[in-house]
Design a protein around this ligand. Structure first.
Ligand code: BES
Ligand code: MN
Ligand code: ZN
Length: 493
């Protein structure tokens, strides 16, 4: 969406977008082309032609200087109680409606959406975010493509023009990043191999301040990434370790390391998945895609910190070289790992990636992974599970921030029980699987083991990384989960 910010009203605009409160006594006088709209709006409201229930859309006609215009109204509910989440609904519904109606040009009167009960920043950032996120579409592989929807939105403001422009742009940047993560995640797995994923990341950051380094299958093996090698060797498509460096901070400042699980397809390997369990396993690289997006936002917002992104990418397949249950491999840390379940591959690649991350002497390591079905059993499809190791404060901050940007992240523990269980191998130092319960905790404990004493947060996004129904945040499919939360957190550092 092209957004233009102006302090004067547009001429010859066919469509006008206005927010209307549930209670008409909350309606402010809206002036358009020096004409007060309040009487017209009151009549429309009284006759139930327009509605004020939150997110409720209506189209009608309004006469401006004797000329008819299409009036699109959206309900604001009780403007004394509006939240960030409500504005996501309001803007999501507005932009999805414009798209559905093929409206290519509209003027939005921002003043009608503002209220003394909510910060202007929330209103403008959610506008920018939803102008991208809510109307995303993916039809790269359809013969019958819809034309890309690129409307012009003229946002009319009566003050703070520059600040509003900056905030809308910041929201858009985050929305575009979510769409970038969605785009990567949607690519079919016969095309998005670890090698192609690496090429796409290289391409994305070409000629930018982000430096990208790729380790191929050969280097992964020779440099001792034994667990990533083990997961990847059952596929004709070799694994990759992709490192992105964004240096916005001082030279000597310790980096934040963001690690992403990048399994481009998870068949389960010899511990093979069921035919329905295997469907959608192209999305097992959503954590990695989201990390690329987070770095892209850091770059665009020129955040004054150092960030390193590490993607462990492999395809979990079956051939005569594939790892099998009972195998033992040596991790990058030097420890041996018994593989009892080849479908518990995420913790293997992340174990090596987190051990690698510690080499950068980070302030804290965060990993994002579609890791366990057990996290979905525990929290439902719509919540991320968070685990911490020596990073209590960072987690508290992130949990608080998540609530302000309408994301649901809840903590699960790593206790001595899990710290002992991962050592419960008859033949090796560690084991990748337990037959017992608490499988999300076990997996978290396994990954955290490789961070040693370095502060580490693990986010299991198996549930919310994708959604199977469309909403005001966009179509079904990948969601870019935790990008908004982590961007806000990075900004706060
Ligand atoms: N990628 C899956 C986890 C997953 C499941 C993500 C469903 C999204 C939806 C992961 O690699 C996996 O297979 N986990 C196993 C672990 C088990 C073998 C201990 C699981 O959760 O069943
Ligand atoms: Mn698996
Ligand atoms: Zn997996």
């Amino acid at each position: 969406m092209n957004i233009h910010i102006n302090s004067t009203n547009q001429d010859d605009m066919q469509t006008l977008i206005i927010g209307v409160p549930e209670h008409m006594n909350q309606l402010k006088d809206i002036v358009y082309h020096e004409q007060s709209l309040i009487d017209d709006l009151n009549v429309l409201k009284k006759n139930h032609i327009i509605q004020g229930a939150i997110g409720k859309l209506a189209t009608s006609i309004i006469y401006i200087q004797q000329q008819p215009k299409r009036l699109v109204t959206v309900g604001l509910g009780n403007v004394k109680e509006l939240t960030y989440a409500d504005y996501l609904i309001i803007w999501g519904n507005v932009f999805q409606f414009l798209k559905q109606e093929h409206i290519t040009e509209a003027e939005l009167l921002l003043t009608s959406f503002l209220s003394p009960h909510i910060e202007e920043d929330v209103v403008t950032k959610t506008l920018g975010l939803q102008s991208e996120q809510a109307i995303y579409q993916f039809d790269n592989y359809k013969s019958d493509k819809r034309a890309p929807y690129q409307p012009d939105l003229y946002v009319n403001v009566d003050r703070d023009l520059e600040k509003i422009e900056t905030n809308i742009q910041e929201g858009r940047t985050i929305g575009e990043a979510i769409n970038l993560a969605r785009e990567f995640s949607q690519i079919p797995p016969n095309l998005l191999t670890p090698q192609y994923f690496a090429e796409l990341v290289l391409q994305r950051f070409k000629d930018s301040s982000v430096k990208v380094d790729i380790k191929d299958g050969q280097s992964i093996q020779s440099e001792g990434f034994g667990l990533i090698h083990a997961v990847g060797k059952g596929s004709m498509h070799e694994p990759r370790v992709i490192t992105m460096r964004y240096e916005g901070g001082r030279n000597n400042e310790k980096p934040i390391v963001l690690v992403g699980k990048g399994i481009t397809y998870d068949s389960g390997g010899y511990s093979i998945k069921s035919k329905t369990g295997m469907q959608t396993m192209k999305f097992d690289m959503c954590g990695a895609a989201n990390v690329v997006a987070m770095i892209e936002v850091a770059r665009q917002l020129a955040l004054p910190i150092n960030i390193i992104g590490i993607i462990a990418s492999a395809e979990n397949m079956i051939n005569d070289k594939a790892m099998k249950p009972d195998d033992v491999y040596t991790a990058l840390s030097g420890e041996t790992v018994e593989v009892l379940n080849t479908d518990a591959e995420g913790r293997l690649v992340l174990g090596d990636a987190v051990a690698y991350a510690t080499q950068f002497q980070p302030q804290v390591i965060l990993d994002f992974a579609t890791l366990t079905g057990a996290a979905i059993v525990a929290l439902g499809e719509d919540k991320a599970a968070a685990f911490e190791s020596n990073a209590r404060e960072q987690l508290n901050t992130i949990l608080t921030i998540s609530k302000t940007v309408d994301e649901q992240v809840f903590e699960l523990p790593i206790t001595n029980t899990e710290r002992q269980l991962i050592k419960n191998s008859d033949v090796a130092d560690l084991v990748n699987h337990t037959n017992g319960q608490g499988k999300a905790l076990f997996a978290a404990s396994f990954i955290s083991h490789f961070s040693g004493s370095v502060p580490h947060l693990h986010f299991d996004i198996a549930g919310p990384a994708t959604t199977n129904k469309m909403s005001h945040k966009g179509p079904k499919g990948p969601t870019g989960y935790m990008i908004p939360t982590i961007v806000e957190w990075l900004k706060s550092l």
